[in-house]
Design a protein around this ligand. Structure first.
Ligand SMILES: Cc1cc2nc3c(=O)[nH]c(=O)nc-3n(C[C@H](O)[C@H](O)[C@H](O)COP(=O)(O)OP(=O)(O)OC[C@H]3O[C@@H](n4cnc5c(N)ncnc54)[C@H](O)[C@@H]3O)c2cc1C
Length: 379
């Protein structure tokens, strides 16, 4: 089915992203996996190409149209599930906090570096004691004269090991629950800030994920992002773009691996014929392609709505939940169609299957997505 949301401009942009990926990224993916992180060179090249400022104001390289972000996410996802995650956290998820909530001084100070890939961003919401119940977070920022003193820790933070700035959610009023949380931009050079090791994950090896520690880290009002005690509301407002960005990557990643699996099913022989020709497998592939195209149609609708500023939090939750569920189902069948090779790490399908598992957990678990959707049904 012809996708109708992208124009010639978007397709030209897609071609530019592909050129960069083929020239500078794909030849290095094994190294990224071995290093458990993307090198700074990756970010600088992406910045040089103008790919990291898409969510920013025009003067910092912004596109003003989320469809460009979606194209970037799709093309990255075709290479691996980890790439759109790391880039998405920087570009689609964290940069908008500074761009939309930051002061003129903060924007001038950080956004040129963000767009250039010189300042890498991460966002620290989740803590060892919990991620779903954000309002219960324990990291504190206590006023001391003209400064704030931050103490606590964050875990599972994407880009955490390499980031230059982390936006940290901290409790500034212990009495006020969700209404007592503030966001701070903490520069990694601050005294008292430290990082744990790169966490050893089931998949997405090349995306660095770390625990972050804050021990008497001193910041001032100039590092508050948005309004004092409004951090929870700010996070809720920004989660729709985060979830949509994940959804775009989920479907593009699954579609790519399914397309490669179709070729495998045509090539692989058993009982004197291609395994794809057994009726069971033919029907299965027919169902999986249908599932992907239906999911893609919904996500496209969400992308278009978001590019017009019309996407609701509930629609974004549906997109995130459905796409991650679909991806997991499709990739599990792709592994099965590869037989024993599907369980070998050297086969891309095995890695894709492992990588995809987390998409039902993060960015708000699928249970939390259903909670949001259920509430909207009046339940
Ligand atoms: C690889 C990776 C990268 C990540 N990157 C980041 C990042 O960059 N920044 C960041 O802040 N966080 C990040 N996260 C954290 C992620 O968002 C959390 O793991 C997620 O929100 C779930 O929180 P939790 O792990 O504490 O699980 P918990 O909140 O402890 O939940 C445990 C289980 O209980 C279920 N549950 C909880 N509440 C309910 C409820 N009300 N109804 C039904 N079921 C419920 C959950 O769905 C889950 O199945 C990342 C996680 C991973 C694994």
């Amino acid at each position: 089915m012809k996708r109708e949301i992208y124009t010639e401009d978007h397709e030209d942009f897609r071609a530019a992203v592909r050129t960069w990926l083929e020239r500078d990224v794909i030849p290095n993916t094994d190294k990224y996996i071995a290093d458990k992180a993307l090198p700074r060179e990756f970010w600088l090249k992406a910045g040089e190409n103008g790919f990291l400022g898409l969510s920013l104001d025009e003067e910092y390289g912004g596109a003003g149209d989320f469809r460009f972000n979606a194209v970037l996410e799709e093309e990255l996802a075709k290479v691996s599930a980890a790439l759109p995650t790391c880039v998405g956290i920087h570009t689609d998820i964290t940069a908008p906090y500074i761009n939309e909530l930051g002061t003129a001084e903060q924007k001038e100070r950080w956004l040129p570096g963000v767009a250039a890939g010189e300042i890498l961003l991460a966002i620290g919401m989740t803590e060892p004691s919990g991620g779903s119940d954000l309002a219960a977070l324990k990291t504190t920022a206590v006023r001391d004269g003209e400064e704030w003193v931050i103490n606590g820790s964050k875990t599972f933070i994407t880009n955490g090991y390499s980031c230059d700035i982390v936006i940290v959610a901290a409790r500034t009023d212990p009495e006020k629950g969700a209404k007592g949380i503030t966001l701070f931009a903490v520069e990694a050079t601050k005294e008292g800030f430290s990082r744990g090791r790169k966490l050893d994950k089931v998949g997405m090896e090349e995306s660095d994920t770390a625990e972050l520690f804050f021990e008497n880290v001193r910041v001032t009002d100039a590092e508050i992002v948005g309004e004092l005690n409004m951090g929870f509301i700010h996070m809720m407002q920004k989660l729709a773009q985060e979830r949509l960005s994940c959804a775009v990557a989920n479907v593009a990643h699954a579609k790519q691996i399914l397309t490669e699996t179709l070729q495998y099913a045509k090539d692989r022989q058993a009982f004197g014929q291609s395994i794809g020709n057994f009726q069971h497998n033919k029907f299965l592939l027919a169902e999986l392609f249908t599932q992907i195209e239906v999911a893609e149609a919904y996500i496209d609708k969400c992308v278009l709505a978001h590019s017009k500023g019309e996407l609701s939090a509930v629609e974004a939750s549906k997109a995130k939940m459905w796409s991650s569920q679909t991806q997991s189902e499709v990739l599990d069948h792709c592994v099965q169609l590869h037989g024993g090779y599907g369980f070998m790490n050297e086969y891309r399908v095995a890695r894709a299957w492992r990588d995809a598992r987390v998409t039902k957990i993060w960015a708000g678990s699928n249970e939390i997505m259903k909670e949001i959707i259920g509430r909207d049904l009046g339940l």
